[in-house]
Design a protein around this ligand. Structure first.
Ligand SMILES: Nc1nc2c(ncn2[C@@H]2O[C@H](COP(=O)(O)OP(=O)(O)OP(=O)(O)O)[C@@H](O)[C@H]2O)c(=O)[nH]1
Length: 235
């Protein structure tokens, strides 16, 4: 079935088109992909998940109700969008992580984030356009109150620390607490990300990761590590 939503902007890059799903999230579970699903239910689901998308009309014809979502390019449509907030101490690599993910670049020169910044990354999930709005916050204490104004309404909180500096891991609990304070309990997916894995190896790395996994379990977050340098970038 053809997606009835009008994509905004240029086509989504191939690596952002998601057609395979983890167990339980099969394409068959997506209403918009079911050929014989009742049109009115499909349109209701599309509306529900987007708020305002789909200025559709329902035509009742002789052979039963048929729903047509018409693309009206003059009417701005709201994107399906999730807000991701990245927090953590200064210099741990938040900006580098986001820039590698969104632009596939890495810069060794440190330029402190002033306040906040954000990137929009577009995906296509089961034929439906979907975007992540990724907020990069400043780690410097003096910008904390500016950055924290942007924590509200997050669906995902990524708390970062530097694997080579375990003090930054100790501080993650506070960063997470601050971000959670601005959001309804139980509404955010939580991740703890250890950065700069390329700078650490052997026992030191194992020890840092054991500690991080333990803390992630306590925070009910999922632990990941990253290295965003060179061609071996890995998140
Ligand atoms: N070797 C290595 N260096 C990294 C990695 N990620 C970031 N860096 C370096 O670490 C420094 C700090 O990175 P940023 O991404 O600017 O740190 P930040 O957390 O955004 O800093 P603030 O904006 O001050 O909060 C930069 O010099 C980066 O080049 C990594 O995976 N490996």
């Amino acid at each position: 079935m053809r997606s009835s939503l009008v994509p905004l902007g240029p086509p989504v890059s191939q690596d952002r088109v998601i057609t395979s799903f983890p167990k339980c999230y099969t394409p068959a579970a997506c209403l918009q992909l079911r050929e014989h699903f009742h049109g009115q239910v499909s349109i209701a689901c599309q509306r529900r998940s987007t708020g305002t998308v789909g200025e559709g009309r329902t035509h009742v014809q002789d052979d039963g109700p048929k729903t047509v979502l018409e693309s009206n390019t003059h009417v701005p449509r709201r994107l399906r969008l999730s807000k991701v907030v990245v927090v953590g101490d200064l210099y741990v690599g938040k900006t580098s992580l986001i820039r590698r993910f969104c632009r596939n670049v890495f810069d060794r020169n440190y330029k402190a984030t002033i306040g906040v910044d954000f990137e929009i990354e577009r995906f296509e999930v089961a034929g439906i356009p979907y975007s992540l709005q990724i907020w990069d916050t400043a780690g410097q204490e003096k910008f904390k109150c500016i950055a924290s104004a942007y924590y509200r309404g997050a669906q995902v909180i990524i708390t970062t620390f530097d694997l080579t500096d375990l003090q930054t891991l100790d501080h993650t609990r506070q960063w997470l607490e601050d971000a959670l304070q601005e959001n309804e309990p139980g509404t955010c997916f939580l991740f703890l990300v250890g950065t700069k894995k390329d700078l650490l190896s052997g026992v030191a790395c194992e020890q840092a990761e054991v500690e991080a996994v333990r803390l992630a379990n306590e925070m009910e977050a999922e632990y990941w590590c990253s290295q965003v340098t060179g061609k071996q970038a890995h998140v």
